[in-house]
Write a protein that binds this ligand. Structure first.
Ligand code: SF4
Ligand code: SF4
Length: 114
């Protein structure tokens, strides 16, 4: 696993990452445990070919290399790994048309998650 989507994605779901991923390895959770799996997307650690295209595409700066994930987001790495462990609870994410966030919205989201 090289790349992971972090909590900065939660409730943002711009899906620019989905549009650029060449192998459709970005998933959404479809199960009932919303406490554990919030409303965000996750990268399948085995299907990802590690191209890195999703990182600059994300306007919320939610995608990180695993070795660069900030300490406050470390738990999110394990959530991405769960896509491999529990495939029945996820499906490939589809594109949802959303406006690109303004700079102040991105800054506010950064501040929200620390
Ligand atoms: S582009 Fe960023 S915020 Fe949007 S779904 Fe992908 S990782 Fe989440
Ligand atoms: S690194 Fe490439 S293959 Fe992996 S999730 Fe991002 S866009 Fe998809």
């Amino acid at each position: 696993m090289i790349w992971a989507i972090t909590r900065r994605c939660r409730d943002c779901l711009h899906t620019a990452c989905v549009d650029v991923c060449p192998v459709d390895c970005i998933y959404e959770y479809t199960g009932d445990d919303r406490q554990t799996f919030p409303n965000q997307l996750y990268i399948h650690p085995k299907e990802c070919i590690e191209c890195g295209a999703c990182e600059p595409a994300c306007p919320w700066e939610a995608v990180f290399r695993v070795d660069k994930v900030p300490p406050a987001f470390q738990d999110d790495v394990a959530l991405n790994a769960r896509v491999k462990e529990d495939p029945g609870a996820f499906r490939p994410a589809s594109h949802t048309e959303k406006p690109t966030p303004a700079d102040d919205e991105v800054r506010a989201n950064h501040a929200k998650w620390g």
